[in-house]
Design a protein around this ligand. Sequence first.
Ligand SMILES: Cc1cc2nc3c(=O)[nH]c(=O)nc-3n(C[C@H](O)[C@H](O)[C@H](O)COP(=O)(O)OP(=O)(O)OC[C@H]3O[C@@H](n4cnc5c(N)ncnc54)[C@H](O)[C@@H]3O)c2cc1C
Length: 480
Amino acid sequence: MAETISVMPVAASEVGAWDADTDVVVVGLGCAGASAALGAAEAGAEVIALERASDGGGASALAGGVIYLGGGTPVQKACGFDDTAEDMFRFLVAACGPDVDEAKVARYCDGSLEHFAWLVDHGVPFKSTFYADPVYEVLTDDGLMYSGGEEAWPFCDIAPPVPRGHCPQIEQRSGVLLMRGLLESVADAPIDVRSDTMVTRLVLDGDGAAVGVIARRFGVDMALRARGGVVVAAGGFAFNDDMLGQHAPWLVDERCYRLGTDGDDGRGIRMAQAAGAAVRHMDAAEVSAPAPPNLLAPSLLVNGAGQRFINEDVYHGRAGQAAMTRQDKEVYLVLDEEIFEANPSWLKITWAAGTVAELEADMGLPAGALRATVDVYDRHARDGHDPLFHKHPRWVRPLRPPYGAIDLRRGLYGVFTLGGLQTQVTGEVVDLDGDVIPGLYAVGRTASGIPAFGYVSGISLGEGTFFGRIAGRRAAARSA
Ligand SMILES: Cc1cc2nc3c(=O)[nH]c(=O)nc-3n(C[C@H](O)[C@H](O)[C@H](O)COP(=O)(O)OP(=O)(O)OC[C@H]3O[C@@H](n4cnc5c(N)ncnc54)[C@H](O)[C@@H]3O)c2cc1C
C-alpha cells in the first residue's frame, strides 16, 4: 500500500528546532510559484522556494503558453486592435461565470498592461503578429490570437471582440518559453530554490497563523520557518482520484484525459483545508472539446436527438463543457467533404453519405431528426444567418453533398481543475468564517481564481503569474 503522509497541520510549539528560517516560503515552482518568489524577492524579502520535482516548471512548462492579457498591450496595438480594461472586464465576467469574483477580475484587467511589461522584463518575448485561424494553441511564433471565444455569441454582444491570447515567441507550445524566462529570473534573484522537496504540512502558531512548513526531501523531514508567510502554488487536483470523485465526479470518466503533472495531487489544497481554509468552485474544470476549433466552427455539433445545442464557433472549452454536462458526451460532428478537407485534424470520418437521410440512418439517429436540423440550418445559412444559435456569419454556409459525420461519443476531453482555496485579491486564504488565515497565501490552480465555472485559454498562466506576484509582495510586506 502506498504510504500516506498526513496533511494535518503541525503546531509551532511541536517544532523542536527550525532547519531554516526565512521571510517567505513558496510551495511549488510553476508559473504562479515562480512569480510569487520573484514578487517577494523584488520586494526585498528572503525567499525559499520548495519544489517537489527535480526542477521547476510544473504544468506551466507543458502548457500551450497562451497568456490572457489586454487593455491595449503593445502587441494588440501593433496588430491593429483597440482594447480597454473595461471591455476586458465585461468579457471575462461573462465568459468565466457564473459566480465570478469581480474584484479579482477588475484587479487583473487594471493591471494587465503593467503585467505584460513585467513578463517581457523577465525574459518572455512576444512577436507583434496576429494568428487569425481558430486553434487550441498557436504553434507558429505569432504573438496574438483569439483564445476565449470573444467573437462568438453571446460574448460579441457583451464586449467588442478583441483577441487577448498572447503567445510567447517560439514555434512550438510556448509554456516552456514562459517558464524558461521566469526560472532564469528566479535563478538570478536571491531566491533559495530547493528541488526534490515536497511540502507535506503547514506549521501553525497558537493563533492559527501559518508560520512555516514541514517538507520532505529524500525521506528526511525538515521544518522551515516563514516569518512573513507561506505562498502555496502547488497546482490543482486533476491527478487525485479521491478528490475528483468527491468534488468533480463528472470528470471521472475514461474519456477525460488529465492535463498537468503528478504534482496536481491536491496536497496544497488539502493541507490548507486542514488548517481551516475554505474552498470554492471545486466542481469546475476546463474541458477541451473533442474536436479542434478549426473543424468545429464550420460544422454542426449535434446530440443523440440529431439536434444542435450550441454555436459551434464558441470557445472550444465551452463546447466541451456543454457536450459533457448537457449531452452526456453523446455528440457527433456533422459536416461536408469540403469542410473536412479544408480543416486537417486527427479525426476521421465515421459515416459518409450522399444525402442527409442516408447519413442519419447510418448514424442510427431517429428518422427525420438530423434532416430537420440540417434543413433549418441550411435554410438560414443561405442568407448567412444562424438564428437558432447565432454562429458568426464567417462560419455559416449551407452544407453540400457528400455529407459526413464524426462519432465523438468516444472522443477525448482534455481536463484540469479550476476549483481551489478561497482567497482574497491579495492571495490571502480565508477560513470558513471568511476571515483571513494570517500568513497563508494561495495562487495559481491551488486557488479559486478568475475562472469560476467558465474558462478562457490563457487565464491560468495569466492570473497565476499576476496574482503570484501580488501574493509574494504581500507576504514580503508582512515580514518587514
Ligand atoms: C498541455 C497543457 C496545455 C495548457 N495550455 C495552457 C495555455 O495555453 N494557457 C494557460 O493559461 N493554461 C494552459 N494550461 C493550464 C496551465 O498550464 C495550468 O493551469 C497552470 O500552469 C497552473 O500553474 P500553477 O503554477 O498553478 O501550477 P504548476 O505549473 O503545475 O506548478 C505547480 C508546481 O508545484 C509543484 N508541487 C506540487 N505539490 C507540491 C508540494 N507539495 N511541494 C512542493 N512542490 C509541489 C509541482 O511539482 C509544480 O512544479 C495548459 C495545461 C496543460 C497541461
